[in-house]
Design a protein around this ligand. Sequence first.
Ligand code: COA
Length: 367
Amino acid sequence: MLATGLEGVVAAETAIATVGQESLGLRYRGYSVVDLAEGASFEEVAYLLVHGELPGRQALEAYRERLAALRPLPEALYAILRLLPADAHPMDVLRTGCSALGTLEPEGAGRDQYAIADRLVAALPTMLLAWHHAGRSWVPHAEPSGLAHSFLLALHEREPDPLSVRMLDASLILYAEHELNASTFAARVTTSTLSDFYSAVCSAIGALRGPLHGGANEEAMRLIERFPDPDSAERGISEMLRCRERIMGFGHRIYKHGDPRSPLMKSWSHRLAEASGDRVLFPVSERIEALMWREKGLHTNLDFYSASAYRLAGIPTPLFTPLFVLSRITGWAAHIIEQRAHNRLIRPSAAYVGPEPRAFVPIEQRG
Ligand code: COA
């Protein structure tokens, strides 16, 4: 039977995450994502995903120091980033930066897959921020702080408020891994040909960029921002639904009864809205959520409340999907390593629906 979009097809075994099919809820290597988002830091989760177990105190400290040391880029990469157009989409910048790093520090020659995974976890944020700040290098914080803190510090060039840091840390944890989503599958397909680590990550970044996947958080923000108040949101979204338009940040291939990550992001968005005195973004978002449930029976996914939470933390919209990359690189790395350990070429088949067999006519006789 044809499974369009590969819906329901079990295409791999994985020990990395469950997304609910086995009544286990969303778990990373057995740990509930809610517990991780509430009690762990992004670096602990990155280590868990890439290296297989939660780190102890010393291992975590060593990991943070290693990442801090791996943040600066080779001068040639800063030069490449400086050449990219200022109006390029930062997802294209990350895809290009990842590819360029693969030429400067190729896999092999003393660089194993774990070293490349750590390098990309550390260096992708530097690429994004260096490009954002017009090619300036990102000097790592003397005390190796977590990605959420260093990112906001480098983005705004001032000490970030603790609530925004905690929100971003939780969000990076929630975005880190999600089984065979489209970008992870793209990474596994490329890996299955025995290609290199960087090529697999470039495939994944390309897949994540689309609005049906990671690009949804940016599109959700652009939508929410259109409305000055909940009533106009109600009118605008109703009209979009009448025209059969898709509302980004709603629906999910796996979660038909709600995305377990979404309530966590909603609560962060709510807390940031209260702290900043926001009277528009959060109420508009809630009204859209109620309308979508009433009219379409659709729930929010992680991307919907990430949008307002990121905006309330002062993050520019074009950086939303790139932030997803800075987190999901950990899940991609885990899957690339797992695919290699049990590799078989991924090569499905298609049902042919083209023309009947016909005779070739040489160009001279075709008219
Ligand atoms: N807005 C409006 N309608 C939606 C919708 C949305 N966000 N998501 C799904 N639907 C509708 C579809 O139009 C379709 O209705 P129809 O049968 O009347 O045509 C039905 O729900 C099923 O949608 P389908 O696209 O087949 O489901 P899927 O499992 O293939 O798609 C998504 C999953 C995520 C691609 C889809 O829900 C979507 O496009 N969401 C918006 C993008 C987004 O937020 N992506 C991030 C995912 S984490």
